[in-house]
Write a protein that binds this ligand. Structure first.
Ligand code: CMP
Length: 147
């Protein structure tokens, strides 16, 4: 059964020019990119997107990071898309990813546990919420094209 997940290239990945390389890895790994867009998050929508982390001490830094520049949003589709995308990006902390998952995307372009270059939905519930967040509640990306 095919499923869909939300993938995001965070501001450090976009600024570091990793978008094309990451899309190449995505397509080589058998995902279809259903839709994609560039979005500049503001404090309000970054806070809503990461509301489950709002009690954490890293939250203010996370919001600052996520609003520091544009993010590249994609909806990915394949069998097992949600867990396969999480596996492909690797552990949250890019320093750990470089040791335990050296071929992961975070090992390639992430810096540490905060600036980790990419995001992926962690469950079917998060995938549904995050896809509707960007493509329902929060329209208005800078570039958008659908296949
Ligand atoms: P992400 O997978 O998008 O989900 C939550 C984000 O919070 C995470 O990636 C990191 O960018 C950030 N984050 C998670 N843990 C930490 C941490 N210990 N310190 C700083 N930022 C974190």
């Amino acid at each position: 059964e095919k499923e869909r997940t939300l993938a995001m290239i965070k501001p450090d990945g976009v600024f570091g020019n990793y978008t094309d390389k990451i899309k190449e890895v995505i397509l080589e790994s058998g995902f279809s990119i259903i839709t994609e867009m560039v979005v500049q998050l503001d404090e309000g929508n970054a806070t809503v997107f990461y509301v489950e982390h709002s009690h954490r001490d890293f939250f203010p830094g996370l919001v600052k990071y996520m609003t520091s520049g544009p993010v590249y949003i994609m909806v990915l589709e394949k069998v097992n898309a949600i867990s396969d995308w999480r596996a492909l990006i690797g552990p949250t902390d890019a320093r750990k990813a470089r040791i335990s998952h050296p071929s992961s995307i975070r090992a390639m372009c992430g810096l540490d546990s905060e600036m980790n270059c990419v995001h992926g939905s962690d469950s079917p519930q998060s995938a549904a919420r995050e896809i509707s967040f960007f493509f329902g509640e929060m329209p208005g990306g800078i570039v958008r094209h659908e296949e």
